[in-house]
Design a binder for this molecule. Structure first.
Ligand SMILES: [Zn+2]
Length: 310
């Protein structure tokens, strides 16, 4: 081991050092000029300041990097959220499209239920739009250029079309229900059909004659029903027909109820299908209590069997 000690200032411009070995007690003496010590000290201080400055800058940079990192992380997070939103919106819009297709199907079912043709052109238009939408969607599935506005615009267009379709459906169904209700297809009385429509031998004079309706026989005062909804255009006595009611149903249809005992309606009355309008009798040219029932289309008698429900 060697001892070290700062000895003394020998001269004004020099610093002397003496090193004594602890074992041999041998002395080594040397001098360093004072300027060298000063320069060395300045260098050391400069080095310390430089290092401190560098360290400070390093810390700042590091801090900034951390901040940038955080921002990047946030951006990534926001991107993830947006991606989720895109997926959500896509799912949502395809759900809406499915529902629209369902509505379209339902619309056709309703049309079929009331005996109307479904509208193939309209259905085709909507399904074409739906198919083109799903094609577009699969094309842009992995693409980030997902165009919300276009998607929403088309969806809106589809909804508008469907709404128009539904409104038309209501109009069509109302018309059809009115038409169905007005059809004189309800059996006008309970009883036995004693004479069908067509040529027959007259029960009165035994001659061949044309029977323009059907005869339904039952007891006197059996209820006579309106075969369809409409307006009473005749209610009174009419020769061979006896006490008679005529109902106009619109669409060119009228129905005739003859030989009644009593009439329960008057001209101008609105009647619904199934309303009791008269009581069965044998007035006019008749051999016993029965209803003579006719259906006329544009004034021409037709076979009621073709219109009456079973
Ligand atoms: Zn008859």
């Amino acid at each position: 081991m060697k001892g070290f000690s700062h000895l003394s200032v020998k001269e004004q411009k020099k610093l002397s050092f003496i090193i004594i070995s602890s074992k041999t007690h041998k002395k080594i003496q040397f001098s360093i000029p004072q300027w060298l010590v000063i320069v060395s000290s300045i260098l050391v201080v400069a080095l310390i300041i430089g290092t401190a400055n560098f360290s400070y800058k390093l810390i700042i940079t590091n801090h900034e990097l951390t901040h940038v990192n955080q921002q990047l992380y946030q951006l990534a997070e926001e991107n993830n959220i947006q991606a989720d939103e895109i997926i959500y919106l896509r799912t949502k819009s395809s759900t809406i499209e499915e529902k629209l297709a369902g509505l379209n199907e339902l619309q056709n079912q309703v049309l079929n239920m009331v005996g109307l043709e479904s509208k193939p052109e309209e259905a085709k238009l909507i399904s074409t739009l739906l198919v083109s939408r799903s094609d577009q969607r699969s094309a842009i599935n992995r693409d980030d250029d997902y165009d919300y506005e276009m998607e929403m615009e088309l969806l809106n267009e589809l909804i508008e079309k469907q709404k128009d379709g539904m409104e038309q459906l209501i109009v069509d169904v109302e018309k059809q229900l009115k038409y169905i209700d007005s059809q004189p297809n309800r059996m006008p009385a309970a009883g036995r059909i004693t004479s069908p429509y067509g040529y027959r031998i007259s029960p009165i004079n035994r001659k061949r004659e044309f029977h323009s309706g059907i005869d339904i026989a039952n007891k006197t005062n059996t209820d006579i029903y309106a075969a369809g909804s409409g307006v009473v255009t005749f209610a009174g006595y009419n020769g061979a027909y006896g006490r008679m009611v005529i109902i106009s149903h619109g669409y060119g249809y009228t129905s005739v109820y003859a030989h009644n005992n009593k009439l329960l309606v008057r001209v101008g009355d609105n009647v619904s299908k199934g309303d009791v309008i008269a009581k069965m009798g044998s007035t006019g040219r008749s051999t016993g209590p029965h209803l003579h029932f006719e259906i006329r289309v544009n004034g021409q008698a037709v076979d009621p069997k073709t219109i009456l429900e079973n």
